[in-house]
Design a protein around this ligand. Structure first.
Ligand code: ARG
Length: 457
């Protein structure tokens, strides 16, 4: 097969070179964007008088045929033709003859590939933003049903203070809100057109870059042709935003895995999102949560991979940059898949409210209430802390909890204790009374949920 750049060569490529250098195995994912970009380019060439109207018609007709074939998976690709750009150009020339070769006037694969990736990420990021919103709505629904479900809140994975389960879920809602904002902000930079930057220096042809940008739905153009073809920041931003999102999902995975263990039994995942064991008949494994936690690593890997690819590159295009694609495609697939699984997994998750509540009654997570009780009566908090610490120790030695100690024992420790301490020790009251802004008090949690919902109206 004749190389499209073969003019200055006398010898042929060494064995393995074609295959090793080719990106068609993965960049065929960009076929639609590539053709879309070419149609805009041909339209602009005609408008600027660089090709005739008739030539434009023929080129676009050919490209549309290829677009149709590509969408049905009927376009044949060859590694000998290196990448998606040369494969499409080859097919176009087969279809419409040497005129196909005019399409590449005033353009290079360097601005072409950058354009394709901007178009691709623009679509994908918009879809990811929608998937995040879907998952947020699921969290809102579960939260609404669990405002008064109380559970132990943890620090250091040690029981700390009782909280509302809705409050816990809403923490993830706000993380996802930031993720969504990060993606939305990155769209400003994805939305710029590199097309017309040429190989690196622009072109002598009287092109109109603003026109192609407009045809492709971009909001503006790169101001510098070297930057236009060298920039992969928009992919790095996508990968870093995705890494943070995956980290959030992974933390929730970890909690769901813990919560569904025999030791916690706070939730039960639906059969639809769990698997069994081939040997142990009793098992119900939270595979999907484990897998999402595991897949987080590959998204981080793609981010570090691309940062490393780019760090030593002189301007402008270098072949190293072909390594930007697989990680990006993989991250899109991982993030999209994880979000879809998560929405289903959380909406079908059974919350074992009684188990959560009973566990919070059998612990010391109400100890802060007692310290606050004394502090509210004027005892310096540090002193109150010390007194309650001693009471906890006494309980541990006796094998009971704070609510089991009789009032006399409290009074012995400090005469300010009255029999309303038992109300204060009730974990439900402990949650209800935490009404500082953003706290776990039920009315605060309701507020949060209302604010969350208002983002979707
Ligand atoms: N397949 C190449 C890539 O993905 C396209 C750009 C090639 N440009 C070049 N001058 N060799 O980066």
């Amino acid at each position: 097969m004749k190389k499209l750049w073969g003019g200055r060569f006398t010898g042929s490529a060494a064995e393995w070179v074609d295959e090793f250098g080719a990106s068609i195995g993965f960049d065929q994912e960009l076929a639609d964007q590539d053709i879309h970009g070419s149609i805009a380019h041909a339209t602009m060439l005609a408008k600027c008088g660089i090709i005739t109207e008739d030539e434009k018609q023929k080129i676009i007709e050919g490209l549309k045929k290829l677009q149709h074939q590509a969408s049905k998976g009927e376009l044949e690709y060859s590694a000998k033709l290196e990448d998606i750009h040369l494969n499409i150009e080859h097919h176009l020339t087969e279809l419409i003859g040497p005129l196909g070769g005019k399409l590449h006037t005033a353009r290079s694969r360097n601005d072409q590939v950058a354009t394709d990736m901007h178009l691709y990420l623009k679509e994908q990021v918009a879809q990811i933003i929608e998937l995040i919103a879907d998952f947020q709505k699921t969290l809102l629904e579960q939260a609404e049903q669990n405002i008064e479900t109380i559970m132990p809140g943890y620090t250091h994975l040690q029981r700390a203070q009782p909280i509302s389960f809705a409050h816990h879920l809403m923490a993830y809602f706000w993380m996802l809100e930031r993720d969504k904002q990060r993606y939305a902000d990155s769209l400003k930079r994805i939305n710029l057109s590199p097309l017309g930057a040429g190989a690196l220096a622009g072109t002598t042809f009287p092109i109109d870059r603003h026109f192609t940008a407009e045809l492709l739905g971009f909001e503006g153009i790169y101001e510098n042709s070297l930057d236009a073809v060298s920039d992969r920041d928009f992919i790095l931003e996508f990968l870093s935003g995705s890494s943070i999102l995956m980290m959030h999902l992974s933390r929730l995975c970890e909690e769901i895995i813990l919560w569904s263990s025999q030791e916690f039994q706070f939730v039960e995942l639906s059969d639809a999102f769990t698997t069994g064991s081939s040997i142990m008949p009793q098992k119900k494994n939270p595979d999907m949560a484990e897998l999402i936690r595991g897949k987080t690593g590959r998204v981080y890997g793609s981010l570090i991979g691309l940062l490393t690819v780019l760090k030593g590159l002189p301007l402008a295009y270098n072949k190293d940059m072909q390594e930007d694609k697989e990680g990006m495609f993989d991250a899109v697939k991982t993030v999209t898949g994880s979000l879809k699984i998560f929405a289903g997994m959380v909406s079908t998750m059974k919350v074992k409210q009684e188990k959560m509540e009973s566990s919070v009654k059998n612990d010391f997570s109400n100890a802060t209430e007692l310290a606050d009780y004394l502090a509210a009566k004027g005892v310096p908090f540090r002193e109150a802390h010390e007194i309650v610490g001693k009471l906890v120790l006494e309980c541990i030695q006796k094998g009971c909890y704070l609510a089991d100690l009789p009032l006399e024992e409290y009074k012995e420790m400090n005469s300010l204790f009255e029999d309303d301490i038992y109300d204060a020790l009730n974990p439900y009251n402990a949650v209800e009374r935490r009404n500082s802004a953003g706290g776990t008090g039920f009315s605060q949690v309701k507020n949060q949920i209302d604010k969350g919902k208002s983002l979707f109206v």
